[in-house]
Ligand binder design. Structure first.
Ligand code: NDP
Length: 286
């Protein structure tokens, strides 16, 4: 079997075009959605992500501001920047690019973002709303994956879904969204005793570990849908996922490529969340 390639680039373009149309309509009502991205330090990968996010905003007609801060900024000064953005009426979404330098408490910074502007969906109150089935903002990467699954008509009700990785930004919210869609969900982490036994049960397998190509074809159930969240730069400069594409694509029925799968969807959903935050601020959405 050779798996169908799930084209995240194409779907993300469709979503971004839809956002652009909705932004135009909102601008006609006098409201321009605005996103602020806060970048602390000069981590090269983070700088690329931030640039891509700002470019996507501009293309879709949103207002965007990138706030670049020195790596040695004090926590108090960073919290002040966030508080200013909370009070800024032109800004509807605030994103603090992670990871932060070690002297800064990321949890504290995220808790300082106004929950109604937390377009990443990482604030504790947004995590709680998601957990209790009343999401305000769905974290962008898992939200994008749900859109990819929807686009492929993947039946989730009653399906066995296995999520490898349990981070607050990908694995855990992914599991919540799959559960809400009716899947039977298993979450694996680095202590999971027999990982292949878990992954081989999965009708839908989502992998977000940051371990290059750790999931091989023999760990995939024939016919499964495989979603590879990983973005890993190999020593030879190649970009690869957490799934070994060559072997897994021989077993799966559908699979996301890296790049061109989950990555572009993350940015598209950030635009959706920012647009919806703006609509909500104007009472156009509950
Ligand atoms: P984290 O490092 O925060 O979490 C990794 C998770 O994977 C942890 O729960 C860890 O377990 C688990 N894990 C690590 N090794 C193994 C293993 N051998 N077996 C089973 N589980 C394991 O990573 P993130 O969730 O932030 O990111 C994961 C990957 O996704 C990275 O490659 C990252 O670059 C990528 N990413 C891609 C995005 C996109 O837009 N495409 C967005 C965000 C991330 P434990 O809890 O026990 O430590």
């Amino acid at each position: 079997m050779t798996a169908r390639i799930i084209d995240g680039k194409a779907l993300s373009n469709t979503i971004k075009e839809d956002v652009a149309q909705r932004v135009t309509a909102l601008k006609e009502k006098g409201l321009t959605p605005g996103l602020a991205v806060v970048l602390v330090g000069e981590d090269p990968a983070s700088s690329v992500y931030v640039r891509n996010k700002a470019a996507a905003c501009e293309k879709a007609g949103l207002h965007s501001e990138v706030i670049r801060l020195k790596a040695d900024i004090t926590e108090t000064a960073l919290l002040d920047v966030v508080l200013d953005l909370n009070a800024n009426p032109r800004i509807h979404g605030i994103l603090v690019q992670l990871p932060l330098p070690a002297h800064l408490d990321a949890a504290k910074v995220i808790e300082t973002i106004a929950a109604e502007k937390d377009v990443d969906g990482f604030h504790i109150s947004n995590a709680g709303l998601l957990m209790t089935g009343q999401p305000l903002f769905r974290p962008c990467t898992p939200y994008g994956i749900m859109k990819l699954l929807e686009s492929q008509d993947v039946a989730l009700r009653g399906a066995e879904a296995v999520v490898v990785g349990a981070s607050n930004i990908v694995g855990k919210p992914m599991a919540m969204l799959l559960l809400a869609a009716g899947a039977t969900v298993t979450i694996c982490n680095s202590k999971t005793r027999d990982l292949p036994a878990q992954t081989r049960r999965a009708d839908v397998l989502v992998v977000a570990t940051g371990r290059p190509e750790m999931i091989t074809g023999d760990m995939v159930k024939p016919g499964a849908v495989v979603i590879d969240v990983g973005i890993n730069r190999l020593p030879d400069g190649r970009l690869t996922g957490d799934v070994e594409f060559a072997s897994a694509s021989q077993v799966a029925s559908a699979i996301t490529p890296v790049p061109g799968g989950v990555g572009p969807m993350t940015i598209a959903m950030l635009l959706v969340n920012t647009l919806e935050a703006a609509e909500r601020s104007a009472g156009l959405r509950v």
